[in-house]
Ligand binder design. Structure first.
Ligand SMILES: Cc1cc2nc3c(=O)[nH]c(=O)nc-3n(C[C@H](O)[C@H](O)[C@H](O)COP(=O)(O)OP(=O)(O)OC[C@H]3O[C@@H](n4cnc5c(N)ncnc54)[C@H](O)[C@@H]3O)c2cc1C
Length: 295
């Protein structure tokens, strides 16, 4: 029999590490998901890879009454070329995206980013759409889809709509997704010949969320620089990229690093203060620009 002190310790342990009770629906079709979301609204959560949702449940940061498991819906997975777009199903695992020759050839920025996401066990479960829906400001994929001008396909019982990455990320963990909507797929414009991509990040340990990161894509039409870990959502650095518009040289890299103060005003967090983050962003910009110059 447990002593009262041990009983209390066990109760606290369970409070911290066990999810609240919830109902579970293993959905076999999108129609079933739409109906359940329409009926339960904010009380329901979609379960994809569970790599963000399950820890949040266990820490009681989220207490949905119903989990809707979309894993059996095969139509949500896969990667294929559709004309000028690369379509990635929302339920496609990070590991599958990372191993895809199509992604390596047609969306090299995403190919470079995937190994920076957590560890293999998490990449084997976590999904592309889940990462975008979660919209963690320090996550790699939101920055990539913004740099690449990707389009997210959202669907609900009310119909379907396409939202550009630029309009999707709104604030801290806040997106354009309505409570009854599901991300079904993401269309990434195919990288034209001559595209140069560089993905760099700094983290305290390999696999940790980034302190600061940068997704950089140089195309004939211009250079896109999107930083993450520096605000409440991915941030496009327009002033820095304008400083490099006439071509990348050592002098222009210095000018772009100075201009970054106009693009970024990073808030401090548990890992670093704002000034340190701005300094690290400048370091990454220098590394990425030199890599683009050499490519
Ligand atoms: C230890 C650890 C380290 C990690 N490190 C990193 C890291 O360095 N970088 C990084 O980016 N991520 C990291 N992650 C998170 C990981 O990438 C997750 O896989 C990802 O954030 C969420 O994807 P998921 O499929 O697991 O989504 P879930 O956890 O299942 O869901 C996350 C949220 O998205 C919603 N959702 C999921 N799919 C959809 C959909 N199709 N439509 C609408 N809503 C949906 C869910 O309802 C939930 O609110 C880490 C996770 C762990 C546990």
């Amino acid at each position: 029999m447990l002593t009262p002190a041990r009983e209390t310790r066990r109760a606290r342990w369970e409070d911290v590490l066990k999810a609240p009770s919830f109902a579970y629906l293993r959905a076999s079709s999108l129609a079933q998901v739409f109906d359940a979301l329409a009926e339960h609204g904010e009380d329901a959560r979609i379960l994809a890879g569970g790599q963000s949702l399950v820890p949040a449940l266990n820490m009681r940061l989220s207490e949905p009454r119903l989990l809707i498991d979309i894993n059996p819906i095969a139509a949500l997975t896969g990667i294929e070329r559709r004309g000028g777009m690369l379509r990635i199903g929302a339920l496609t695992r990070h590991s599958e995206v990372g191993a895809s020759p199509l992604v390596a050839r047609l969306a090299p920025l995403i190919h470079q980013a995937i190994p920076h996401i957590a560890h293999p066990a998490i990449r084997n479960r976590g999904t592309f759409g889940g990462s975008l829906a979660q919209a963690d400001p320090a996550a790699e994929l939101p920055a990539c889809v913004l740099a690449l001008d990707a389009v997210l396909h959202l669907a609900s019982r009310r119909g379907e709509r396409a939202v550009s990455a630029r309009d999707f990320f709104r604030a801290l963990y806040e997106t354009a997704l309505a409570p009854d909507e599901v991300i079904t797929a993401i269309d990434v414009p195919v990288a034209p010949q001559g595209t140069r991509s560089v993905f760099v990040e700094l983290a305290r340990r390999r696999g940790d969320y980034a302190l600061v990161g940068l997704a950089a894509e140089a195309r004939e039409v211009g250079l896109r620089l999107v930083f993450f870990g520096v605000g409440n959502k991915p941030v496009e650095a327009g002033a820095a990229s304008a400083a490099l518009a006439a071509g990348i040289t050592a002098e222009r890299i210095a000018a772009a690093q100075a201009a970054l103060a106009r693009d970024l005003d990073p808030p401090g967090d548990l890992q670093a203060d704002g000034a340190t983050k701005l300094h690290l962003a400048r370091v990454l910009l220098g590394r990425a620009a030199r890599a683009l110059m050499a490519a």
